[in-house]
Structure formats: C-alpha cells, structure tokens
Design a protein around this ligand. Structure first.
Ligand SMILES: *Cc1c(COP(=O)(O)O)cnc(C)c1O
Length: 394
C-alpha cells in the first residue's frame, strides 16, 4: 500500500528497495513483518550510535518537549556546547558553522575559501581543485566539486566556474596556479571505492599547501565522528587542515552539517547563514552523540569493535578469493574490493534476501559502514548471513 503511495506522490529520484522498516535496535532493523536484518550500512554512515539508542532518544525527546527551534537570531546553548566539544575532541582551537547536510557543509567550506581568496588575495584566488572519484554533494556547486564525471550531467548546466579535478594527489602539485585558493579532498573516498590515501602523501601535500597559503579542505562528512577509529580522520593522518566538513554521523540521524575551521574571522556577520542550521534539536542530539562516542572510544570498546570487524573481513575475504580482490578502508569504514566480473548489485540483493544490509561504493567495492556501537554478536550474525549470500553466487 505504501509502495503505491510512494510511487504516486514521492518524486522518483532514488532506486529504492520497498522494504518497510518499523524499528531498530543498535545494528539490527525490523521490518513490518517482524523480520530482522543486520545493518552494515548505518543509513549510509549516519546512525553512528545505532538505531533506537536510548540515551540519544531521551535527549531528543527531552529537547523536543522544551524547544525544537528558535533561530540563529538568538543564542542556542547546545550549538555553543557542540562547537566547544568538536574543538576539544579534535584538539585544535577551531570554530564551527552549523548547516543541515554534508553538501551544505561543503558549500559553506567553498564560500569560506573564496572569501579567504577575496580577503587575502584581492579576489584573484578562487579556484578549487578536487580529486577524481571524490564525492562532495548534490547541490549545483558541490556536484560540480565532485570529481566523478558521471555527476556532471548537462541536464543541470551551467555549473559554477572554478572547479577542476586531478586523478590523484601527486597530480595536484602541477595543477595549482596563481588562482588556486583551495584543495578539497576526502582522506578515504567513501563513494569512490573506500580507498584511504597514504599518510605521508597527505602530510606532504598539507605542508606544501601551507607553504603556499593555499587552503586544505578535508571533507570528513563520511570519515568524521570516529568512523576512522579517531574522532576525525584528520587526527589519524596528523594534519591540520584549514577547513574540515562534517555531517553524517554527527547527530546520529538528525540532519546536521558542520564547517570547522581555525580561520575564525574570515566569514563575517551576514556572509553565511541557515534557517535550520544548528537548531536546538540537532545540536542537542550532536552533543549527546559525541558524549556517547567519546566514552565508547575511551573505554576501548570502539577499537575492539573495529579490530574484531577487520579480522572478520579478512577471514571472510580469504574464503572467497574468486570474488574478493582485497579488503580496503579503515576503522569501521570498510570494503571488499571485488573483481570487475562480480555483479555487486546481485550480491547486495542476495545479502538482503539473507538478512544483511550492505552498500556499494565506486564501481566494484562492497561497502560496510556499520553503526560504531555494533556488538560482536551482530557482527558474527551479519557475516554468517553474508556467507549464505556469497555461497549462492560462487
Ligand atoms: C554523503 C557525503 C556528502 C554529502 O552529504 P549530504 O548530507 O548527502 O549532502 C558529501 N561528502 C561526502 C564525503 C559524503 O560521504
């Protein structure tokens, strides 16, 4: 019934599975028939503290009972608290602008970078270089910033000027010119095959950019909020970017985005804004999520979860050498890089039919983005079900 309703009234922009989920408990989802699924997707890296997290639910309910929204014309105490918490966990003196999504956070980052070029270089620096296989969002500007050519459909042209793409980090050096204001990269390309860049390569780039006063923007929409094992992948790579963007896991499923920067005085009053951005509900949720994950990390449970998950991936991959080429990614952002001949859509469908949800990334990578709080039992059960799926193809 809802399927027909959806088809009739919701615009058809997604190729979707019409299962009707009703409830979730940590990394397990239940549909309207009571059938359970192990969730190795976390809503594409969003439900960082799991489904039905009681602490998060209580914080949201309490906030909703008091105040959901006033506007940025007034102080929002949870926004101040969340910004402080981000700075403390990152370990750098940064300020944050709050938006509602990853794309919006990246838009904000690009605006900040352009304003930097305006202020320090009299408007002569405005170009942003990004990487092939990158993904930065779906607005007209962030789709243009996305390096995957398939996203630049002529249907939506003209696109804004000032974006170009390089095949890899090494190629960036020669692509920089007098008009380059910023380089925007992900440290692990979430939609581009879950391939982490080498630490030395990223550090070398960061140092070079610093010496040229070109801004480094790190899109941590997917890698941020402990997904890499550290609060930010930036911490893991031991770099200090000029701008970091966050979104997905930050508020556990409540829409939020964040532009984080040590350059606190570039954007001035009136330069940027958002009606919903940083409102009471989303920032209260964000504070709760960070408190939950901070203790989860400090207790050693997060490290234990990703070591356990990694071991499972490796053992699993070794059993299917004709399908899986290598295990990729880091932390709880992982993938099986499969051989080109493998039909990923088929694997995802078989996995679903066997009660486990997995994702695709790039052309040939099966992607795993479980809730960070996934238990060993859920991991075991998920891989058991995935085995049943793989056994049907090989
Ligand atoms: C998901 C994602 C985005 C876009 O976020 P939205 O909230 O969908 O706008 C941008 N960058 C990266 C790296 C992402 O993974």
């Amino acid at each position: 019934m809802y399927k027909e309703m959806d088809k009739e009234y919701v615009l058809n922009t997604y190729s979707k599975n019409y299962i009707n989920f009703k409830q979730g408990k940590n990394a397990t989802l239940f549909d309207d028939k009571g059938i359970d699924y192990i969730d190795f997707t976390a809503g594409i890296g969003v439900t960082s503290v799991g489904h039905g997290n009681v602490r998060l639910a209580n914080a949201i309910a309490d906030q909703a009972n008091n105040l959901i929204h006033t506007s940025n014309l007034f102080l929002i105490e949870h926004q101040a608290k969340l910004a402080k918490k981000i700075s403390e966990l990152y370990g750098q003196p940064v300020g944050t602008f709050f938006a509602n999504s990853g794309a919006e956070a990246n838009e904000g980052a690009i605006k900040l970078a352009r304003k930097y070029g305006q202020k320090h270089y009299d408007g002569k620096r405005y170009k942003v270089i990004t990487l092939a296989h990158s993904f930065h969002g779906r607005t007209i500007t962030t789709v243009k910033a996305t390096g995957q050519e398939s996203f630049h459909k002529p249907d939506f042209s003209p696109y804004p000027d000032g974006f170009s793409y390089e095949p890899n980090i090494e190629a960036i050096y020669n692509a920089i010119d007098d008009e380059t204001v910023a380089i925007m990269i992900e440290l692990v390309q979430g939609e581009g095959g879950v391939q982490p860049f080498a630490k030395e390569e990223v550090q070398k780039l960061a140092n070079f950019l610093k010496s040229k006063d070109i801004l480094l923007i790190v899109d941590e929409v997917q890698t941020g909020i402990y997904r890499s094992g550290e609060f930010l992948a930036t911490n893991l790579y031991d770099i200090k970017p000029d701008i970091i963007t966050l979104a997905k896991g930050l508020a556990g499923g409540v829409p939020i985005g964040a532009v984080v920067t040590p350059h606190k005085n570039i954007l001035e009053v009136g330069d940027h804004g958002s009606t919903f951005g940083g409102n009471f509900l989303s920032t209260r949720a964000g504070v709760e999520v960070l408190n939950i994950l901070e203790s989860y990390k400090n207790s050693g449970e997060l490290d234990e979860a990703f070591i356990y998950f990694e071991e499972k991936l490796k053992v699993f991959a070794s059993k299917y050498p004709k399908i899986v080429q290598s295990v990729v990614g880091l932390g709880l952002m992982r993938g099986f890089k499969c051989f080109d001949s493998v039909d990923l859509a088929k694997i995802i469908e078989l996995a679903f039919n066997n009660g486990v949800l997995v994702l695709k990334s790039g052309r040939n990578t099966l992607r795993f983005l479980p809730p960070l709080t996934i238990t060993k039992n859920e991991i075991n059960e998920g891989f058991e079900r995935l085995k049943n799926a793989f056994d049907k193809i090989s």
